[in-house]
Design a protein around this ligand. Structure first.
Ligand SMILES: Nc1ncnc2c1ncn2[C@@H]1O[C@H](COP(=O)(O)OP(=O)(O)OP(=O)(O)O)[C@@H](O)[C@H]1O
Ligand SMILES: [Mg+2]
Length: 423
């Protein structure tokens, strides 16, 4: 018996049977994925079996995932080539130290730089069932990934993708100099110069791991610019912003929501660089030992696991936003490399924010508005400015007057009545 297990040839599948299996699997795949899977080449040349199938796309993330699949099916492999456009894996002999005739073993190749992507396998003699399964799994993987592009997948799973933040830039946010400085140092610099950070880590670390930030938490009351700042960052480093409102994903997909969140992380990897902005993290608030809903618990566990792996392959960085950091799960908080606190604006900042939305007012007038608007957020200030403009517009229309900006008194009145109504 020992001899039989040493001998790979004993458990091979005949060429014709293998051909039937592969053809049938690809037909099933065509139906399942609703795409046309191209006709495979299955041949026997000079003693070697060869199967070749065209696949739609050969992204880096896909290659890594394919390596995982190969590892699941074949016991010992070595990477034969790993360069852009050509990746090859060679199965080793059962006895790892025996290298003779190694090229008779199964070899799997991925090729294609911009077009003609394909997966091929060759082996002397016939394939084993496990090897056939491996090849079929690889083709399935290639088609499942390429079915839809990552942006379409992201939208399907409830994320929004912003590739251009409109006219937004740092001037849009008035004040908040400390926040802006921290963000420039801890997010923008690493995202713009990843190589510098990586080469430092290569020198300092016994085992290489990235020293770049992978997850950052934005914390602060509502309406202080957390979401806006995330969009500005994405624009500045020129990567898409993937916006994930946890709360609505949970309410819309309840049971399915944790799988969707996992799929969002996968799609971000395939984007090859993005800011994954997870908003309303508070909706996962509550300690894990309290009676948490099953869906929340599952989402949290996906989040914990994915945050650990984020950024290791691609340039994805996660930004989480919360109004209630104190209520968040401790394991979750610990996954973030850094917390950036967005406070309510101080008096001087409120004056600048008013200045952004009512630029025609004098500095003295802005200061008076600031003094009257204690503890209001940037969003509320913006809302009050808009209300004032609408009130002023109605007056212009009724009196048939040409366009002009609202006078200071109008703003002051809006602010005063808002504060009075709150008290
Ligand atoms: N410092 C500021 N300067 C100018 N506008 C501001 C400032 N802070 C907030 N705003 C305005 O308030 C609006 C709301 O901000 P944003 O949605 O980014 O807040 P947020 O912190 O994400 O709030 P939430 O916690 O409710 O999600 C922005 O569109 C922006 O117009
Ligand atoms: Mg927000």
């Amino acid at each position: 018996m020992a001899i039989a297990t040493m001998n790979n040839e004993t458990d091979t599948i005949s060429f014709d049977q293998m051909k039937t299996q592969v053809n049938r699997a690809l037909e099933e795949l065509s139906i399942k994925s609703n795409t046309i899977v191209s006709e495979p080449y299955i041949g026997f040349e000079k003693g070697f079996t060869k199967i070749s199938v065209s696949i739609p796309e050969l992204s880096h993330a896909l290659i890594i995932q394919c390596l995982g699949i190969i590892k699941d099916h074949l016991e010992h492999i070595r990477i034969h080539a790993f360069s852009d456009g050509y990746y090859a894996v060679q199965a080793l002999n059962k006895n790892l130290f025996k290298t003779e005739n190694i090229f008779d073993n199964l070899k799997i190749e991925f090729s294609g730089l911009t077009t003609n992507f394909k997966i091929e396998c060759t082996k002397k003699g016939n394939l084993s069932q496990e090897e056939i399964n491996c090849f079929i799994a690889l083709v399935n993987k290639a088609y499942s990934q390429a079915k839809e592009n990552p942006v379409i997948r992201l939208i399907k799973y409830g994320a929004s993708v912003y590739t251009d933040a409109g006219g937004l830039d740092w001037n849009y946010i008035a004040g908040y100099e400390e926040v802006k400085r921290t963000i420039r140092e801890s997010i923008i610099l690493p995202l713009k110069n990843p190589k510098v950070y990586d080469s430092i880590a290569e020198i300092t670390r016994k085992t290489f791991e990235t020293n770049r930030p992978k997850a950052i938490l934005f914390e602060g009351p509502p309406g202080v610019g957390k979401t806006t700042v995330a969009r500005i960052i994405a624009k500045e480093v020129q990567v898409p912003l993937v916006y994930v409102p946890v709360e609505s994903i949970m309410s819309k997909w309840y049971g399915q929501s944790s799988q969707n969140l996992a799929a969002i992380f996968d799609a971000c990897d395939d984007l090859g660089g993005s800011i994954l902005f997870i908003d309303e993290i508070d909706s996962l608030a509550g300690s894990r030992d309290q009676n948490m809903y099953e869906a929340t618990r599952r989402i949290l566990s996906v989040l914990l696991r994915r945050l650990d792996g984020i950024g290791s392959i691609t340039n994805t960085i996660v930004i989480g936003a919360t109004n209630r950091k104190q209520d968040l799960d401790h394991a979750l908080i610990s996954r973030f490399d850094q917390t950036i606190h967005f406070p309510l604006p101080g008096e001087q900042e409120r004056a600048s924010i008013f200045g952004n939305y009512a630029k025609h007012l004098t500095p003295e007038e802005l200061n008076k508005l600031a003094a009257a608007s204690h503890s209001l957020s940037g969003r509320t200030i913006k809302d009050l400015c808009e209300q004032t403009e609408r009130r002023w517009a109605r007056k212009l229309i009724i009196k048939d007057l040409p366009p002009s900006p609202p006078p200071f008194e109008y703003y002051y009145h809006t602010v005063k009545s808002f504060i009075a109504a709150q008290a």
